[in-house]
Ligand binder design. Sequence first.
Ligand SMILES: *Cc1c(COP(=O)(O)O)cnc(C)c1O
Length: 386
Amino acid sequence: MRESFLVFGQPLIEQDEIDEVVDSMHKAWIGTGPKVHQFERDFAAYKGVAHAAAVNSCTAALHLACLTLDLAPGDEVITTAMTFCASVNAIIHAGGTPVLADADPVTLNISAETIAPHIGPRTRAIMVVHYAGRCCDMDPIMELARKHGLIVIEDCAHAIESEYKGRKAGTIGHIGCFSFYATKNIVTGEGGMIISDDKAAIDRCKIMALHGMSADAWARFSDAGYKHYQVVDHGFKYNMMDIQAAMGIHQLRRVEEYWKRRACIWQKYNEGLAGLGMGLPADAEEHTRHAYHLYTIRVSAACCGVERDAMLEALRAHNIGVGVHYLAVPEHPYYRRRFGWDPADTPVATAYGRETVSLPLSPKLSDGDVDDVIEAIRAICTESAR
Ligand SMILES: *Cc1c(COP(=O)(O)O)cnc(C)c1O
């Protein structure tokens, strides 16, 4: 058994990030400044979009994206039952009513088929989540949205590198939201980005991300001269700091290198875990690029002799850190109480959420770490078969 605990989702931080953060400290410009603006430009260029707004989390990005919908009480936004609570909370914070579509059993994504039955007179938008880095089947979803006049927001927290038929995730719908949280594909500690070709939408997000003020601090306090600001809306405090962007600028330069490493680990898991009876992730669909954010196995007593929660405990006992992505949204008491949701209403997401385990998948893993994970799982399955 390995001696040290293998932390789930630990990022790889390299010397360039460290030097850049130290540079911000020496310059004493630690708030929103030139590095944030550079990170926005770099990210927009990577995605091939006209506009980007850096914020302090993907949760903030999703909230601001939902605010651009100008939701009236009772307006509905359809999202997935297989997501992190932040997707749903953003809709609620923006004054909307979330409506859950079930996931497809193979892709774990919502699809035009699972979304369509939920479209009604109050539906305003669809928030897709590219689960684990696998793109939703966007052509039929965009077609459905056009037919009903709906805006599409892409929660790309898992999907920085994802592509669908040559188009990059986050550029297919109206607005794309990204996360640079510590476990995500590139990291800034906490951080997020909103991208769109709609300049008015991004301008509005930038204003709402900084108190509803008309110009940011860097523009106000730089040597260009003092400029009075005007509060034009009651906004939030969602701006990214230069200290965060300092990390992001260098992480983004290594985004493809890290992606290749995760793709390689993904392949090792596929080979090492074959034949145990557990569910493994489906291969990436043709004409798509998977971002390989999460490697999720599906375990149950029926398929491999081990219940999910027993597998979580056993892996921890083997010094392997694991995650669960996710218990289906209706499993959480708040949503059940407030919206009357029942896990049985989204049976695919619910069943999956009760059987899934996420394995470590980060460029920080050595080949030895990956072997340790595989060996631990094989040992756990063998023990349980005795
Ligand atoms: C991580 C995550 C978020 C929230 O990202 P933060 O940057 O931590 O706010 C939102 N949606 C999904 C699907 C996520 O995985």
